[in-house]
Ligand binder design. Structure first.
Ligand SMILES: [Zn+2]
Length: 406
């Protein structure tokens, strides 16, 4: 090998059981495994025989509405069973007394980065009640952290679209500011107009050439009906691989034959499903969907916010939760849970280049685990994370001055 690379990361163990090194040049993986041995480099980093995995993908989070880093806000239960409208009202009340949004977003973001998350998709409220201010705030925060994490932002109509005057125009305007993905929220139960809601969401996606990521809490056949509508529109517009349904609780409610039929439609339309494996809801059956060819990926969703007090921004912990709630015990099943926070997440987010492969950005995490199944059940701390070959965390702590100042 005659070429001189920037850095060589030695003594790495990989998921397939092999050991070797990773050569990095200009922020990308230049050689890996045996091929990297003996490379001429400027810097050598010893990974100490740790398990090296791709940087984690946080597929669904809300940077604007978390109170992580703020004063504890006790959870308020709904008065007559779970109700999205009531939770949104609680959120409005809590936000009025919260610390500034940029401070809270930074706290949450640093928490995620410290665990080894290198890619993220965050929904941000854009609607007639809050306008574009939260998006402007989170865009500025994203800029400060752009050297250490890649963030996609979703324009999220938390108060509905048709139910909230001015929202459709604001959602469209979000793309002039730098938003990446168009969101949606329970077309049936929130806006009570499936066609009207989806016309606006898919209309903006088509006009702006952006992907879709829609929250769907509606259960049972009401949820299935909307999933079918979303899959049909996705195929009609040739948007295969660019549409996500987040939560899709209905897939966990219905019989095996309805699930199989719906899964086939999702697979044919290339619509991915995001789950956080919620504690109090049936949720999509991960293995059955994967078997049908559906991409299933993970996200933290809410962290210490007006919806629930849980969440720590650790995607490896999320993989454990997905596995735990799904009853995953075999190595193959545990690997599927891990896939949900790495490769499947990258696919759902449409990342151009990801993973431990030549040419991909050198985004990886070094863990104290023998292999991936053990990493999922043990959730080891003290990780080292690297973004574009640069150390971002050490011993599970964010290195100072990794971010840009405003
Ligand atoms: Zn959400």
């Amino acid at each position: 090998m005659t070429q001189t690379f920037d850095a060589l990361f030695e003594n790495a163990r990989f998921a397939d059981g092999t050991s070797g090194a990773i050569a990095v040049d200009a922020g990308r993986i230049a050689a890996i495994g045996e091929a990297a041995r003996g490379a001429t480099v400027r810097t050598v980093v010893d990974l100490g025989d740790t398990l090296v995995v791709p940087g984690f993908v946080e597929g669904h989070i809300h940077l604007d509405t978390s109170f992580y880093g703020d004063a504890w806000k006790p959870h308020k239960p709904c008065t007559a069973g779970f109700d999205v409208h009531e939770r949104v009202e609680f959120q409005r009340q809590n936000m009025a007394t919260a610390a500034p949004m940029d401070e809270r977003a930074r706290s949450q973001l640093e928490l995620c980065i410290s665990h080894g998350t290198t890619h993220m998709r965050s929904h941000v409220m854009v609607d007639g009640t809050v306008g574009l201010k939260p998006l402007e705030t989170i865009l500025a925060v994203r800029e400060q952290y752009r050297d250490v994490i890649d963030i996609q932002l979703v324009a999220f109509p938390q108060n509905g679209i048709l139910a909230c005057p001015g929202t459709a125009e604001l959602l469209d305007a979000a793309f002039d500011l730098g938003c990446d993905v168009i969101g949606g929220l329970d077309p049936a139960s929130f806006d009570r107009d499936v066609k009207g809601h989806l016309d606006i969401v898919f209309g903006i996606a088509e006009k702006r050439g952006v992907p879709i990521d829609l929250h769907l809490h509606d259960g049972h056949l009401l949820g299935i009906f909307q999933i079918e509508e979303i899959a049909a529109r996705t195929r009609a517009l040739g948007m295969e691989g660019k549409v996500v349904v987040s939560h899709a609780y209905a897939l966990g409610d219905v019989s095996a034959d309805i699930l199989a039929r719906t899964a086939d439609k999702l697979a044919a339309a290339g619509v991915a499903i995001m789950t956080n494996a919620p504690g109090d809801h049936p949720f999509p059956p991960v293995l059955a969907l994967r078997k049908a060819g559906v991409t299933v990926f993970g996200g933290s969703d809410n962290i210490r916010d007006s919806w629930w007090p849980y969440g720590d921004g650790d995607m490896l912990g999320r993989a454990m939760m997905i596995g735990y709630r799904s009853g995953f015990y075999t190595d193959q099943e545990l690997a599927a849970a891990f896939d949900a926070v790495t490769e499947a997440g990258a696919r759902a987010l449409g990342l151009e280049s990801y993973g431990l492969r030549v040419g991909a950005p050198a985004d990886f995490v070094a863990l104290e685990a023998a292999h991936v199944p053990e990493a999922v059940v043990a959730v080891p701390g003290g990780r080292r994370a690297f973004k574009a070959g640069r150390a971002v965390t050490t011993d599970g702590k964010l290195l100072q001055r990794t971010t840009r100042t405003a």
